[in-house]
Design a protein around this ligand. Structure first.
Ligand code: 4AZ
Length: 250
């Protein structure tokens, strides 16, 4: 038992040094394995250029941000699943049947920044369950969540070739309200450290914020990336679970 635990610790430590590029900072993140997060996807144009993230929540349904979807059509948009390295050919490229954008969506900082992409055919990756109103404990300040994506690794930097993830704590409503006058605790949740340093950034939008084995948020907006006192803002999935589930049945 103790030997097994020691071996696990050594393996984990080795995996950490093997995959974490010191310069690779999502911002302040580390390499993540797609096998461990089979529901994380990215969204591209027809030429394969990645512009957002997303989360598989049913065999034909991907949740992303409304601001990733408003200018798109099913014909010119693709979802890439099972591909950790954007330069590899692994996984599948799925075509879309339809796009639903929350009807109240105006701009990310006004809330309702959620959309559902329906794939033409079911895919064989494990979906992530949605958080619901009864999961309010997951939104308490201090809850550790995981953000994932292929977005920029610094505010002015370039996007990541590989899937990155980072752990960020949910902030209090007071803290986020002080950071952003537009913050609406009923529709948004914020995450980040007081001193910044770890955050989602451009290109991570639409991707998952995960806690308790559920999708609790969708990467939405923020002032810059990883700035002190400026947490990342996520669409609060528990507030939209019903309207999203209507789309899963559609
Ligand atoms: C963006 O532009 C974006 N730091 C995503 C996340 C954050 C800021 C901007 C949060 O897609």
């Amino acid at each position: 038992m103790r030997l097994a635990a020691l071996l696990m610790t050594m393996l984990t430590a080795f995996a950490g040094t093997a995959t974490a590029d010191v310069d690779e900072r999502v911002v302040g993140g580390d390499r993540a394995s797609i096998a461990d997060h089979p529901w994380v996807v990215y969204v591209t144009d027809a030429a394969g250029n990645q512009f957002c993230g997303g989360t598989l929540v049913a065999p034909t349904k991907v949740v992303t941000a409304a601001h990733c979807a408003t200018t798109r059509t099913p014909r010119n948009t693709r979802v890439v699943l099972g591909r950790e390295d954007r330069k590899s050919g692994e996984g599948v490229v799925a075509r879309l049947d339809s796009i639903w954008v929350h009807p109240d969506y105006v701009s990310a900082d006004q809330g309702s920044d959620v959309a559902v992409l329906t794939l033409r055919s079911p895919v064989d990756y494990t979906p992530l369950p949605l958080a619901h109103a009864s999961d309010d404990v997951l939104y308490e300040a201090g809850t550790s969540g995981l953000v994932l994506g292929w977005g920029r690794t610094s505010e002015q930097g370039s996007a990541s070739r590989y899937l990155l993830s980072a752990t960020v704590p949910v902030t209090s409503d007071e803290y986020c309200g002080a950071a952003y006058p537009q913050y609406d605790p009923d529709e948004m949740t914020c995450a980040g450290y007081d001193n910044g340093g770890v955050d989602t950034c451009q290109g991570d939008s639409g991707g998952p914020f995960v806690a308790g084995g559920k999708l609790i948020g969708v990467t939405s907006w923020g002032e810059g990336c990883a700035r002190e006192g400026k947490p990342g803002v996520y669409s609060k999935i528990a507030a939209y679970a019903e309207v999203i589930e209507d789309q899963l049945a559609a």
